[in-house]
Design a protein around this ligand. Sequence first.
Ligand code: GTP
Ligand code: MG
Length: 613
Amino acid sequence: MRYRNLAIIAHVDHGKTTLVDGMLRQSNVFREHQEVVERVMDSNALERERGITILAKNTAVEWHGERINIVDTPGHADFGGEVERALGMVDSCLLLVDAAEGPMPQTRFVLRKALALGLRPIVVVNKVDRKDARPDEVVSLTFDLMVELGADDEQLDFPILHAIAREGRAWREGEAPGHDLTALFEAILAHAPVASGDPAGPFQFQVANLDYSDFLGRLALGRITRGTASAGDTIVRLAGDGRSVRARLTKVYTHLGLQRIEVDQVVAGDIVALAGIEEVQIGETIADPDHPDALPRLTVDEPTVSVTFSPNTSPFAGRDGRYVTSRHIADRLERELLTNVALRVEPLGGESYRVAGRGELHLSILIEQMRREGYEFSVSRPQVIMKTIDGVRCEPFEKVVADVPVEATGGVMEALSARRGQLVDMDQGETRARLTFSMPSRGLFGFRTQFLSMTQGEGLLSHVFDGYEPYVGALRTRPYGSLVAMEQGEAFAYAIWKLQERGVFFIDPGTEVYVGMVVGANSRPGDLEVNLTKNKKLTNVRASGSDDNIVLIPPKRLTLEACLEYLADDELLEVTPKHLRLRKRLLDANMRKREAKRAAEAADTEDAVVAAG
Ligand SMILES: Nc1nc2c(ncn2[C@@H]2O[C@H](COP(=O)(O)OP(=O)(O)OP(=O)(O)O)[C@@H](O)[C@H]2O)c(=O)[nH]1
Ligand SMILES: [Mg+2]
């Protein structure tokens, strides 16, 4: 059997997973009448709920007797680590580009990685059915992008297909629209190289991913670069720490469709799973014990954002969670590190851990996953990770593309420049404009909510990490304070009603609150302490009133991401399986005042030192 190993890469939502559906269906890997959901590769719960791919996953199809291993990758910038890992397993890639949107920030990121590895992309202009599709322009923009990223002549000579992934159709540019994906499969067989690797050589394999089975323990997934392997073979694991550990393979698997298939032997070139190697980790080489040749370790970009995870210390701690101690949190984070290649965890002393990732979504997906598993903990405000480069303090910068209705252009430009965004490009059409900014990652924190309201939900905002630049100085942070509960108890509708002009509430009447819990956003700077547990006789409001007679503005319900965006430095997010509560780090108002005074004094002293110096 010959193998072709192919990654599908693109910006978020350009249709990768939908295209894989079509490839699976049309290569007859499903049983007849088998019910198959849409975007079948997005198999985990969070992927299905959010409609995005989070983890890279592999599948395989056969076309005219040729095996094609396909790795579907996520398009969201925060999961770039997954793409980097996937690209290490393949020899070619399909670069999908939305026929209307054209190349976007993450297109640049994934393409840069693919070109650097010497891959020759096949360009698929997808969604040509869109009424705003402009495939020719998109191809020329893609070409320009490749030139800019330093593609060589061979890479620039890319085949071009047009596709409607949703209908399972693709055809060569300039040809009549096809009715299925035949043209795509033909292009893959013609352009994607057959996987190299001498099957007669000594066994060598690199671990690109891990899976777990109750019966078999850890499974190592990856590509065989040399030789063959069978159950019962003795191999050596070349561990990250330099040790060589022998093990015996208990089972070996290949892939077809959504199945993992146990076989007698797996062969060079294929993407396979090996069972029986205890403690195996991503990036390690598995080899013939007589030829322990390690492959270069997998490298992924560094994280740019971090939060602190600590045990939950709120008065309501332990009510919902099954796993609540620092030990539980540490064990869970350690387990996450096995497969989440771009994540970093560092103990901070005491009971806290610094958890660093590639963006807020990268971290919030982990937080959401953990709360669903029964964990309870608190999370601090996200911080960017600074770096000193040649003695200069630097911070992460992003390339930001805002696609907005023309009317919103001015407002968005103003808002982003207030956040230190530099406009680097502007492309104005009749109804929409595309603004490209370069700006500090910090400046984007908390911007998404504002952006959506500025563009009435019509704006598209995407950004991707673009390197470190010198620190640009303090940015204006959240311009308003919080409404903070001053009594523990149930929040009464009457109390909320009395206070609703003072800001925006995050909680419903009847919610249990505690001292120091953040219940809303103040409309002014500084925090406002509010008592929500007072229930006056409603006769004060109306002669014969009841709760039904007071008109409450519905509370603003914050999602996990919105909570993280909201947090100030002196606040925490309390995460439990059932609740997300914002709180002050110091629950006691007097302690907060003392702390604020101390901070102000320290700042004064600093100023004095600066003045004296
Ligand atoms: N009009 C149109 N929509 C499409 C086409 N292909 C996919 N879509 C839609 O685009 C959306 C995103 O599709 P996905 O396949 O999830 O995109 P993706 O690239 O896998 O997204 P991520 O993995 O999150 O980066 C879905 O709503 C699809 O139905 C197409 O050819 N035409
Ligand atoms: Mg996807």
